[in-house]
Design a protein around this ligand. Structure first.
Ligand code: AMP
Length: 521
């Protein structure tokens, strides 16, 4: 078997053709391993026939409801030898064009609901030729009729070849598999390069088929989501996907579908715990409930553990740049080490550094540095950012943490300015840049403020230009035309000036919650 991601799918299709690879729980549709393999062979052959060559970047611009097409497209892109660019479907056309422009995407796969945004974005991405639409819609641009002769989209069915037999452009483990964009949608985009050899935590292999499932609902363009394309099958499980999260529905699905494992982000966990059915729902099938993507409070972990005493409740720490680096927490240690994300699994190494100390002292808080020999990642087309972020193989995570005396890692905060709102990463500078485009905004600072359900919410502190009044609703509309909706601050406060240090940097920690006005909603 090859080390390529697609090698695992091919194996599953030959050993377990009729088992369910992916299930869309909202649509009630399933994808067997045989169909996943055949459909991806057909699309790969078609993409190659349409000119997609080894190393070309292909965006997957499909929302969660299109999960079955998403995973087929993902395998097809790799079979065609191309590089997948899993693209956030909640971004504005402008943000999308920044990312696809940076990736120099040559093709994109989308669907009717997202075609207008993509065609609008395409006007600023000169490389983007082929647009494939899953449902056969040719489409038109959101903000105006398509010019005569302007290319629209080609239906998936017209691109896919009839021949469903095995298709794989020759690739080496070193070749690029994906570019995962993590930030900088209006500033400088950061695309993490994923190679076939450092894509997954689990190696390809022949699993014992368990007949059970791993339930999740993370969008597949995220680091957490994409790890649920191949990992469930490597563990002998189907992946059950819930495109729209709702706590009541999640409890119903666990009781009805009886998955053996589930992944949730902390914001979902809080909604589940607060749901009236939480105490009585049948959660007995779950042997593992894993959480991650954002800080998880010890209280949430405790509530879940009390309700599911026999299950392993795990707090998984990861980041796109760290890739397959992984910490593990033995079940009997979890109670003793509340809040820890576990112990680094060799060959992963963790070092904590701060100004006074290069780390080795137990319990000293500092920046978390991670090293994973031979499986290090890098940024796409950004040698400077790569050199800043990885030194001597050590990844500077931007997270603050400590190691206890037994080597268990605790994440305590972040040195970098990323706000995680309901599992979505938002970079303050992106929002500030958009705010500063408004003519009445003189200065802007965006900070994260605690939010009961979302974990964090955004607050914007503004200084208006002299003599200019600013209508908050009008400002929101202005931002919505530039940013994804979840990046638009709901809390806005006006100040005479921003607190700054001697060198002019805004002192964000002085922008304390009491200074902001109530929500504008
Ligand atoms: P991403 O690359 O989008 O997965 O975001 C990675 C960032 O999410 C990390 O650098 C952390 O700041 C945060 N993060 C992920 N998992 C956890 C966790 N279990 N506890 C605390 N922070 C986390």
């Amino acid at each position: 078997m090859t080390e390529l991601l697609t090698g695992q799918l091919r194996l599953m299709a030959s050993r377990h053709p009729d088992e369910i690879g992916y299930r869309n729980l909202d649509a009630g549709t399933d994808l067997s391993f045989a169909r996943w393999e055949a459909e991806s062979n057909r699309l790969a052959r078609g993409l190659a026939g349409a000119g997609v060559a080894k190393g070309d970047r292909v965006s997957i611009y499909l929302p969660s409801e299109e999960v079955l097409n998403w995973v087929v497209a993902y395998a097809a892109i790799h079979k065609a030898g191309a590089v997948a660019v899993p693209t956030n479907t909640r971004l504005s056309a402008r943000e999308t064009s920044t990312i696809l422009g940076h990736a120099e995407a040559l093709a994109a796969i989308t669907c009717a609901s997202h075609l207008p945004t993509l065609l609008t974005a395409r006007r600023r991405v000169p490389t983007l030729g082929l647009v494939v639409s899953t449902d056969g819609t040719a489409g038109s641009e959101a903000d105006g009729p398509v010019e005569p002769g302007a290319p629209g989209a080609v239906p998936w069915a017209a691109v896919a070849a009839d021949d469903a037999s095995e298709f794989q452009v020759e690739l080496a483990p070193e070749d690029l598999a994906d570019i995962m964009y993590t930030s900088g949608t209006t500033g400088s985009p950061k695309g993490v390069v994923v190679r076939h050899r450092n894509a997954s935590l689990l190696p390809n292999g022949e699993p014992h088929w368990s007949g059970t499932a791993w339930l999740h609902g993370s969008p597949l363009f995220t680091f957490a989501g994409i790890s649920f394309v191949y990992n469930p099958m490597k563990l002998g499980k189907s992946a059950f996907f819930l495109p729209r999260f709702d706590a009541g529905r999640w409890l119903e699905v666990v009781a009805g579908e009886r998955p053996e494992a589930a992944f949730i982000v902390p914001a979902m966990a809080q909604l589940i715990i607060a749901h009236p059915e939480f105490q009585t729902a049948d959660l007995s099938s779950l042997q593992l409930c894993s959480l991650g993507s954002a800080p998880v409070s010890a209280a949430v972990l405790r509530r879940l553990q009390e309700r599911m005493p026999d299950a392993t409740i795990s707090n998984g720490y990861g980041m796109t740049e760290a890739g397959p680096a992984f910490c593990a927490m033995p079940k009997d240690e979890a109670w003793k080490r509340a809040g820890s994300v576990g112990k680094p699994m060799p060959p992963m190494e963790v070092r904590i550094t701060n100004e006074e100390d290069d780390g080795l002292r137990a319990d000293a808080v500092g920046e978390v540095l991670i090293r994973l020999p031979g499986r290090q990642r890098e940024y796409y087309r950004d040698a400077d950012a790569t050199a800043r972020t990885w030194t001597d193989g050590w990844l500077h995570t931007g997270d603050l943490g400590r190691l206890d005396e037994d080597g268990y890692l605790y994440i305590v905060g972040r040195t970098k300015e990323v706000i995680i709102r309901g599992g979505n990463n938002i970079y303050a500078t992106d929002v500030e840049n958009a705010l500063l485009e408004h003519p009445a905004v003189l200065e802007a600072a965006v900070v994260g403020v605690p939010h009961e359900v979302l974990g964090e919410d955004l607050a914007a502190f503004l200084v208006t230009a002299p003599g200019r009044a600013l209508d908050v609703e009008e400002l929101r509309a202005f931002l919505l035309s530039r940013l994804a909706d979840y990046k638009v601050p709901r809390r806005v406060a006006f100040l005479d000036q921003l607190p700054r240090n001697a060198t002019g940097k805004v002192l964000k920690h002085e922008l304390a919650p009491p200074r902001w006005t109530p929500s504008t909603r």
